[in-house]
Design a protein around this ligand. Structure first.
Ligand code: ARG
Length: 458
């Protein structure tokens, strides 16, 4: 059943076989292995290793196998072969007999697996780009709905200055936009075909590798065979893309967990994405969000694991590289699921606008406005900052927000304050002032929403 064995006199130990076999996970590349094989059959046909007629028979059999594996890819996993390449070759021999044994001429599993994995990554990237866009669209929808809903903005997790829920959602839409570009860039960079590099030194047949590369949808062929079979930069890059994006999703989840806490009560999560406690009947836990936050750990773990696996690996192929798949598959699946779950959480999220407004008014978050007001009265900002600090201490003692202090109270600290101070302490004035690009002024948010809608075509 193995692809090798001529030089062996003893059977592999069953424990070693289990340890060594990768079919249980690399079955997921069945389609890519078949597509790559079709390309390779054409390539060796064009240099006369197989005849046109033989190539036709191989192409038909490979197409049949594609249709078979597409039906139930998972059924291959338990077929007992060493890896997906052995499985495909053996199934091909079942179909076309000895002709199937010719396909591996000039090819090695080393360039085969490198090609399969790149093809698999490419297909996965297309799905992930779509999921990123979907989540961005959900964010923009929420941003549109809650454009003007005032919430406290935080630094150091202390109420700093009011922002709006729409502005908050757009912040994540921006992060995800970078994730999208990052993933696209990674995709562009890996778009060179290693097939024809054979085991390490290049195939011994004069195949047109550029033609082969383009037939498989790559931009061009790789330029160095040693690099081709040992390069897993694309795995690292996709894991990096996944990790950075998962960090964004984790921060998104964490923000909402805080907003959903009993202490804040800013948002209400739908029953569809929360769960109850087996003991405490009153509980409604933000499990979806906690799992998104939690799963970021395993994605970052997969990146770290792969970095360490590749570090100090001598050229060219080493079996260590078989460790590239499980972490990658799991990380990309996890990323994909978390993007979908994050969209689902947003679907019927409710923001309690009265609570967020109240909270935004608290915590002296209009103190900077008062300092700016004093600047308009001719006081240098550094001094104004100090005066406002004193006013805040006074207000805390009085248990009043700044806007509730009387003019006399203001003047007892700073005589330059007049009756026009109250207008600048209002939240709307505060928001309106942040009108430079990227600020929280209503007009800015409206144009940011419009920009994103156009950009995402929604
Ligand atoms: N299962 C192997 C992997 O994933 C395929 C390549 C095997 N190459 C070899 N020389 N044993 O890396």
């Amino acid at each position: 059943m193995a692809l090798w064995g001529g030089r062996f006199t003893q059977e592999a130990d069953i424990r070693f076989k289990k340890f060594n076999d990768s079919l249980v996970f690399d079955y997921r590349m069945a389609r890519q292995d078949l597509e790559g094989s079709k390309g390779w059959a054409d390539a060796i046909c064009s240099v006369g290793i197989i005849t046109e007629d033989e190539n036709k028979r191989l192409q038909v059999a490979l197409d049949e196998l594609i249709a078979e594996v597409d039906q139930d890819p998972h059924s291959i996993a338990g077929a007992g072969f060493e890896d997906i390449h052995s499985y495909v070759e053996s199934r091909l021999i079942d179909k076309v007999g000895d002709l199937g044994k010719k396909l591996h001429t000039g090819r090695s599993r080393n360039d085969q697996v490198a090609t399969d994995l790149k093809l698999w990554c490419r297909a996965q990237v297309a799905v992930l780009l779509q999921s990123i866009r979907n989540f961005q669209k959900s964010l923009v929808k929420v941003a549109d709905q809650y454009q003007g809903t005032v919430i406290p903005g935080y630094t150091h997790l202390q109420r700093a200055q009011p922002v709006t829920f729409g502005h908050w959602a757009l912040a994540y839409a921006e992060m995800l936009d970078r994730d999208y570009i990052r993933l696209k860039n990674a995709n562009d960079l890996m778009n060179r075909c290693p097939l024809g590099s054979a085991a390490l030194a290049g195939t011994a047949y004069p195949v047109d590798r550029e033609k082969l590369a383009r037939a498989l949808g790559f931009d061009e062929a790789t330029r160095n065979s040693l690099d081709s079979v040992s390069d897993r930069d694309h795995v690292l890059e996709l894991l990096n893309c996944a990790s950075i994006s998962m960090i964004h999703l984790s921060r998104f989840a964490e923000d909402l967990i805080i907003y959903n806490s009993g202490e804040a009560g800013f948002v209400e999560l739908s029953d569809r994405v929360t769960s109850g406690s087996s003991l405490m009947p009153q509980k409604k836990n933000p499990d979806a969000l906690e799992l998104i936050r939690g799963k970021s750990g395993r994605v970052i773990g997969a990146l770290t694991g792969m970095l360490v696996t590749v570090k100090a690996l001598p050229l060219a192929y080493n079996k260590d590289l078989q460790e590239d798949k499980e972490g990658l598959f799991d990380a990309l699946d996890t990323w994909h699921d978390c993007l979908d779950m994050a969209s689902l959480v947003l679907e019927d999220l409710k923001v309690r606008e009265d609570v967020t407004l109240q909270a935004a008014k608290g915590g002296y978050s209009n103190a900077t406005e008062l300092a700016d007001y004093l600047v308009t009265k001719g006081i240098p900002f550094r001094e104004a900052h100090h005066i406002v600090g004193e006013i805040v201490v006074y207000a805390i003692k009085e248990q009043q927000p700044l806007e509730k202090l009387t003019l006399e109270q203001f003047r007892s600290v700073c005589p330059k304050i007049d009756g026009d101070v109250y207008a600048c302490l209002e939240i709307s004035a505060l928001l309106d002032k942040r009108c430079a690009k990227g600020g929280v002024a209503p007009a800015q948010i409206a144009s940011a929403v419009e920009y994103m809608k156009k950009h995402l075509d929604c």
